[in-house]
Write a protein that binds this ligand. Structure first.
Ligand SMILES: [Ca+2]
Length: 284
């Protein structure tokens, strides 16, 4: 028997967290997809290895519950840590154990996935470009189908106050992506980061995600449908997301930041998000 579990994105095992946007202590939520390859229902429990500063705050005991045989489930897991006073890089593993019983006593398999946390003050980096969308698109082009989608600037909400954010809206039925794209020459430093703020409004669709592509390759994917139940709105809350893109240092790349969704799932008819305060940072 083999446990298969994957983090929410191809490279989500390298997580950049901008220390400027952290409460103390802070929580980090990540998505897990767990596939039960056996024929029988199994019960899964998550724990941390070599991540001594972190604990699992939700579910607090790491117990994820049952997954039927030959099926997969998604979980949002929240890890907690005290806010560090300096930049830190912490590497460890997420350990997943499978049990045949609801008491988690008869273990039949286990597996591990690596995860690297970089907690950094991105705007203190030496080579920083910040796109704040004060009153124009700053050279970003639209990723959309004009028959169904809108990508424009709105004044509310706005991260900085008094400026704009980018709105990406769609009423298209099948899964597709709406957002912005730009060619950028990245810093030539040993560490290169890409981070941005996002929020949503009238996000009635299920199965939405936020993605970043570099040269067409998916480097970040956060599956946020559990945050946008039908008719909900994030209000003024912005989420900060970031990813390590050091392997592209010094290159001219095309950055694409999108909201993906399926507007017609379960009778809803649109999805919508905002993008603002995109940070490209380099540091040796
Ligand atoms: Ca702005």
């Amino acid at each position: 028997m083999t446990i298969v579990f994957s983090l929410g994105a191809p490279k989500a095992n390298k997580v950049v967290i901008d220390k400027n946007y952290l409460p103390d202590p802070f929580n980090y939520t990540l998505q897990l997809k767990i596939t039960n390859q056996s024929l029988d229902t199994l019960y899964y429990r998550l724990s941390l290895v070599n991540l001594d500063n972190w604990s699992i705050s939700s579910p607090s005991d790491g117990k994820l519950g049952a997954i039927s045989g030959q099926s997969a489930s998604y979980f949002l897991v929240t890890l907690q840590r005290a806010k560090p006073s300096t930049d830190v890089h912490e590497a460890g593993y997420l350990k997943l154990e499978a049990f045949t019983d609801q008491y988690y006593s008869n273990k039949v398999d286990e597996g591990q996935q690596p995860i690297d946390f970089y907690i950094e003050d991105l705007e203190a980096f030496t080579n920083v470009t910040i796109h704040t969308f004060q009153n124009d698109m700053e050279g970003w082009s639209r990723v959309y189908d004009p028959s169904y989608d809108v990508v424009d600037l709105v004044t509310s909400p706005d991260v900085e106050g008094g400026g704009h954010s980018v709105r990406a809206y769609s009423s298209r039925g099948n899964y597709h992506e709406v957002g912005i794209e730009k060619s950028v020459t990245l810093p030539s430093n040993s560490k290169v980061r890409l981070a941005f703020m996002w929020t949503y409004s009238r996000s009635n669709a299920r199965f939405c995600d936020v993605k970043i592509y570099i040269n067409g390759e998916l480097v970040y994917d956060f599956y946020w449908h559990q945050k946008c139940e039908y008719g909900s709105d994030s209000g003024s809350k912005w989420y900060k997301s970031g990813v390590d893109i050091s392997e592209y240092a010094g290159q001219e790349v095309t950055i694409r930041i999108v909201c993906g969704g399926n507007a017609y799932q379960q009778g809803v008819n649109s999805f919508e998000m905002r993008i603002d305060h995109i940070v490209i940072a380099g540091k040796d």
